[in-house]
Write a protein that binds this ligand. Structure first.
Ligand SMILES: NC(=O)c1ccc[n+]([C@@H]2O[C@H](COP(=O)([O-])OP(=O)(O)OC[C@H]3O[C@@H](n4cnc5c(N)ncnc54)[C@H](OP(=O)(O)O)[C@@H]3O)[C@@H](O)[C@H]2O)c1
Length: 232
C-alpha cells in the first residue's frame, strides 16, 4: 500500500536517455547524454530538493559527486536555512560500497545508506562516520524508504537512477513526476541499460500520464510527466 502523500516526500524521478531509450551504453562506464544546458537545469532541480537518491550500481559505476555545482544556488539554499547540498541516499543489498567513493567524500551533506541486515555490520565498520547505514529487509521497499526519509525531514526527493532504481520506484507507483531528458543520438546496443527494465507499472496503456511541460536545453528535449496530477 502506498503511504499517504503527507507522510512521504514528493518524489521527482529524473533521467537522461538516448533517442532509442538507453540510459547508458553497455560499457559500464559513464555515458554523457546531457548538454551543458541540461546539466545546469538538473543542477537547479537538485538545488530545490532535500535529498537525492541513486542506486549502488550508479555509485560504483559512475562515482557521482551529487553536489550542487553552482555557488549561487548553494548560497540561495543557505539563505533559506537549507544545507548547501541535498542529503545523499542510496540502497544496497550487497553492501559493496567503498569509503573512498565521491558519494561519501564530496560535500558536507548527510549520507544515508539503506542496506540489507546481513551486510550492515561490515558496511558500518567500513564507512564509520561517513554515512548513516540503516539496516532493512531486502529487497528494500520504496514505501519504507520514503516513510523513513519523511520522518528524517525530507519533503522533496530526487530519484536519479540508475535503471534498477527507476524500475523499483516507478513500478511501486510512488513517483509524482518524471523529468525525462532525451538526447539526440542513438546508443544502438542490445545490452545497454534502458530507462527501465521489465516490470508491471501502474501507468500502462490504460492509465496514461499527463504532460506538464516540454522544454529544450541546448540539444536536449525535456518532458515533464505528472503521474499524480494535483500533487505537484
Ligand atoms: N542516464 C541517466 O539519467 C542515468 C542516471 C543514473 C545512472 N545511470 C546509469 O545507470 C547505470 C547503473 O544502473 P543500474 O541499474 O546498474 O544500477 P542502479 O539502479 O544505480 O543500482 C542498482 C543497485 O542498487 C541496489 N538496489 C536496487 N534495488 C534495491 C532494493 N530494493 N534493495 C536494496 N538494494 C537495492 C543494488 O545494489 P547492490 O548491488 O550493492 O546490492 C543494485 O544492484 C550506470 O551505467 C549509470 O551510468 C544513468
Amino acid at each position: 500500500m502506498t503511504a499517504p502523500l503527507n507522510e512521504r516526500p514528493h518524489v521527482v524521478l529524473s533521467a537522461a536517455i538516448s533517442i532509442d531509450g538507453c540510459s547508458a551504453d553497455a560499457s559500464g562506464r559513464r555515458l554523457i547524454l546531457s548538454s551543458p544546458e541540461d546539466f545546469d537545469a538538473v543542477d537547479a532541480l537538485r538545488a530545490e530538493c532535500d535529498a537525492i537518491l541513486v542506486g549502488a550500481g550508479t555509485i560504483r559505476g559512475d562515482n557521482p559527486r551529487l553536489v550542487i555545482r553552482s555557488e549561487t544556488r548553494r548560497q540561495e539554499r543557505r539563505s533559506k536555512v537549507m544545507p548547501p547540498d541535498p542529503v545523499k541516499v542510496t540502497l544496497t543489498e550487497s553492501g559493496q560500497l567503498d569509503a573512498g567513493l565521491d558519494f561519501f567524500r564530496m560535500g558536507g551533506a548527510e549520507k544515508i545508506v539503506y542496506c540489507s541486515r546481513v551486510a550492515t555490520p561490515v558496511l558500518r565498520s567500513r564507512l564509520g562516520t561517513l554515512a548513516t547505514v540503516i539496516a532493512v529487509e531486502t529487497p528494500a521497499r520504496p514505501e519504507f524508504i520514503l516513510a523513513d526519509l519523511h520522518a528524517r525531514g525530507i519533503r522533496k526527493l530526487l530519484v536519479e537512477g540508475g535503471s534498477a532504481v527507476r524500475t523499483l520506484f516507478l513500478s511501486a507507483g510512488v513517483v509524482d513526476e518524471i523529468r525525462l531528458a532525451i538526447a539526440p543520438f542513438f546508443v544502438g546496443e542490445e545490452r545497454a541499460p534502458r530507462f527501465v527494465s521489465s516490470a508491471r507499472f501502474p501507468h500502462s496503456k490504460n492509465r496514461r500520464m499527463t504532460i506538464k511541460s516540454v522544454e529544450q536545453f541546448g540539444d536536449m528535449i525535456v518532458i515533464w510527466y505528472l503521474l499524480r496530477p494535483g500533487s505537484n
